[in-house]
Design a protein around this ligand. Structure first.
Ligand SMILES: CC(C)(COP(=O)(O)OP(=O)(O)OC[C@H]1O[C@@H](n2cnc3c(N)ncnc32)[C@H](O)[C@@H]1OP(=O)(O)O)[C@@H](O)C(=O)NCCC(=O)NCCS
Length: 173
């Protein structure tokens, strides 16, 4: 299947397209439980979406987006950041629109993160980047995507409860 989307760095002019980005169905009101419930109980999908759509980036943060070639809509996004050391990259969130899953968008976004973070690290004299993400232990879609990209589970002292850290080193020079 030919790709009809392109991965690139987020631009300020993407703001409106980012507002329209959705990677999960809306929450539904559960009449018996009298509360809003998440689709299939996958609350991480909603957390990823709100992190990715945050209108403002903090210092050290960047976004990579997958854009539909025809409509210009954002169909996937990844957020990455460095703190001080440009070779230590953390990826707080990655999400793909339901319409564009199972096409390799997640893999391409991860490649995009390593590419742009790699350029950043290289310009600061670092020949490699280590990319790390925390993922819910029950989020098998994301774990599969990371393992396919040859990320491995690692120990991390900042790991929140119920999460697993996945990491991979990439050489850029
Ligand atoms: C996790 C997530 C990002 C994966 O996105 P995705 O784009 O569907 O992932 P990929 O397309 O790269 O891989 C998924 C499948 O597509 C297959 N695939 C990859 N490239 C393909 C291609 N070119 N053509 C057809 N299938 C392909 C893969 O083999 C994989 O199949 P498998 O899961 O059966 O092994 C997505 O499910 C998502 O957005 N989840 C919600 C947000 C989230 O949980 N984020 C993580 C926490 S921040």
């Amino acid at each position: 299947m030919s790709r009809d989307w392109t991965v690139r760095e987020y631009r300020k002019t993407d703001r409106v397209a980012l507002e329209g980005f959705t990677c999960t169905p809306p929450r539904k009101y559960h009449r018996t439980q009298k509360r809003y419930v998440y689709w299939d109980g996958r609350e991480w999908e909603y957390q990823a979406q709100s992190l990715l759509k945050a209108p403002q980036l903090w210092p050290g943060e960047s976004r990579v987006v997958a854009v539909d070639d025809t409509s210009g809509a954002i169909v996937g996004a990844a957020l990455w950041r460095t703190r001080g050391d440009p070779s230590e990259v953390f990826m707080p969130a990655l999400g793909v629109a339901l319409t564009h899953r199972q096409q390799g968008v997640a893999g391409a976004l991860i490649e995009g993160v390593t590419e742009f973070a790699g350029v950043n690290a290289l310009s600061a004299g670092a020949p490699a980047v280590s990319v790390t993400g925390f993922v819910r232990a029950t989020n098998l879609d994301m774990i599969t995507a990371l393992e396919r990209m040859r990320f491995v589970a690692v120990d991390d002292q900042d790991l929140p409860d119920g999460h697993v850290a996945y990491s991979r080193d990439f050489y850029v020079a």
